[in-house]
Design a protein around this ligand. Structure first.
Ligand code: ADP
Length: 150
């Protein structure tokens, strides 16, 4: 049983994130989507729990997927779930530089391997901050957000 953790802030969880999660499911037996939050920020835990519940509804038909809010180090979260791998998405060089530092740090402190999936070209420009900006300015951002399956 190979378990992978997909950590992120997911504020909100976009079609780009969903694509990475779905493709990771093609490589692992179980996927744990971890909605990370900073305990020092008031209300952050409740907001992350609400986001985790919303993401969980997208996968309610798939028992390979668990979604949970967490705080603290991702490697500790991964260990608690018996995960051997962390998956992250790469859109551009900026992502690579940031992600490489994280992956280096995680491999220095644990045996957990980080794997990267390259964003599909059609989702490469999609980001949570872009979606938040659209919504804040009264635009409909639905097409960047995954739909629940019925
Ligand atoms: P974090 O705050 O941990 O960077 P995000 O929620 O912004 O969390 O992103 C989680 C992961 O998803 C990161 O690896 C990020 O690079 C990746 N990601 C974000 N948007 C996309 C996208 N459109 N396509 C592919 N990967 C993405």
């Amino acid at each position: 049983m190979r378990t992978c953790v997909f950590p992120g802030t997911f504020d909100p969880f976009t079609i780009g994130h969903k694509d990475i999660a779905d493709r990771a499911l093609g490589c692992f037996d179980r996927l744990v989507i971890g909605v990370g939050f900073n305990q020092a920020k008031p209300e952050a835990g409740e907001a992350a729990t609400r986001r985790a519940q919303a993401i969980g509804r997208l996968y309610s038909h798939d028992d390979r997927v668990t979604v949970e809010a967490y705080t603290g180090l991702t490697v500790d979260f991964a260990r608690r779930h018996g995960a051997t791998h962390i998956v992250r998405g790469l859109r551009e060089v900026k992502d690579f530089e940031y992600e490489r530092n994280l992956a280096d740090c995680n491999s220095a402190i644990s045996d957990i391997e980080t794997v990267f999936l390259i964003a599909r070209p059609e989702y490469g420009y999609v980001s949570s901050s872009m979606v938040r900006e659209l919504i804040a300015n009264g635009y409909d951002a639905c097409r960047f957000l995954p739909k629940e399956e019925s």
